[in-house]
Design a protein around this ligand. Structure first.
Ligand SMILES: Nc1ncnc2c1ncn2[C@@H]1O[C@H](COP(=O)(O)OP(=O)(O)OP(=O)(O)O)[C@@H](O)[C@H]1O
Length: 327
């Protein structure tokens, strides 16, 4: 089997724009490329507004009306998701691609019991018969560690604690046995103990061969859970590497700053403190490297005119020509 055969999701040169009222286009995602393989987790890290969510929303085709993907490819199991009909995408989302978000309250329907939500989800996707749906739903809740699932299945999301709700959302995402799971800050709103339990649950999925994309602010979570990482800045990937290498020996000046400003205590990263300065207004992106106005190493004219991708090693690239000079 070649490397290429093993790619579950291959995103290439993805570009997504928002149309603004003043007519200007805001390029939120600009040329993003990454691969996710079965049984592997990819972290997408970066400051707020760097384009992490818009990237995965573009892949899932759940963008606000004002946004559109203007170019690129998102090949999932051989099919380009960006070329599928909306009907085909509806079949795929929630079935072959599961989704877990920061807040289960936003992702689940507060007016339906867990039983209704889980069984309707299974039946809509044609996973099993009505007779089997409840059994599978109870099993899914048990699998994510919800005690007494036969009883709990009759509750509404708001009747559960935050941690239990998050588990129920993961049960929803897992019940169809998706090949790919996209998790957008799944542990941000829960305490450390629940965070660990949720990561262990997701690790179980990974062991079964599920590919995972994890958006996270928490470098400790990325280190603990993710095989590879991409760092985004102003809509672009500025560095990609196996996670441990990226965190131990970062290359791009932005990654260095990001890690330098994050304190990892006992393997858990605190939320990232911002690198001095602020990201650019995406309607007026600086020429060349978008990070140059904040970069202490920036040199004229090269950093102001070009952004070069440098390959540092296997699976490692950084969007900074100075990396090659210092390597
Ligand atoms: N609904 C929207 N309308 C207009 N622009 C938007 C909208 N949503 C996002 N954007 C633009 O896209 C950029 C990327 O947003 P995105 O939500 O992907 O960032 P993020 O990295 O996920 O941030 P966070 O960590 O805060 O969730 C933002 O900086 C903003 O300029």
């Amino acid at each position: 089997m070649t490397d290429q055969d093993e790619v579950l999701l291959g995103v290439r040169d993805l570009r997504t724009e928002f149309r603004r009222d003043d007519g200007d286009a805001l390029v939120a995602v600009d040329g993003v490329t990454f691969d996710v393989r079965p049984g592997q987790a990819l972290a997408i890290v970066g400051e707020s507004g760097s384009g992490k969510s818009v990237t995965v929303r573009s892949v899932l085709r759940v963008l606000p009306k004002t946004a559109r993907v203007t170019s690129g490819e998102a090949r999932f199991r051989g099919r380009d998701l960006l070329g599928l009909s909306e009907k085909e995408m509806r079949r795929l989302r929630g079935r072959e691609i599961g989704m877990v978000f920061q807040s289960a309250m936003d992702a689940m329907n507060p007016t339906l019991t867990l039983e209704r939500q889980l069984t309707e989800h299974l039946l809509w996707h044609g996973i099993c018969t009505k007779a089997d749906a409840k059994k599978r739903a109870v099993r899914a809740l048990g699998d994510v560690g919800i005690p007494d699932p036969e009883k709990r299945i009759r509750t509404y999301p708001f009747q559960l604690s935050g941690g239990m709700r998050q588990r129920a959302m993961i049960a929803m995402a897992m019940v169809t046995e998706p090949a790919l799971l996209i998790a957008d800050e799944p542990t941000t709103a829960v305490d450390v103990t629940v965070q660990r339990q949720i990561l262990d649950l997701l690790a179980g999925l990974k062991d079964q061969g599920t590919g995972i994309i994890m958006i996270t602010h928490d470098l400790g979570v990325a280190r603990y859970f993710c095989d590879d990482a991409v760092v985004m800045y102003a809509g672009r990937v500025v560095e990609r590497a196996p996670t441990r290498e990226l965190l131990d020996t970062p290359s791009h000046p932005y990654t260095v700053g990001l890690i330098g400003s994050s304190v990892e205590v006992g393997g858990r990263g605190l939320p990232l403190a911002p690198v001095p300065g602020s990201p650019p207004d995406l309607t007026q992106r600086p020429e060349g490297c978008s990070f140059h106005p904040r970069c202490s190493l920036a040199e004229r004219p090269r950093c102001h005119t070009e952004q070069e991708i440098v390959t540092i090693g296997p699976g490692r690239q950084a969007a900074c020509w100075k990396v090659a000079v210092h390597a």
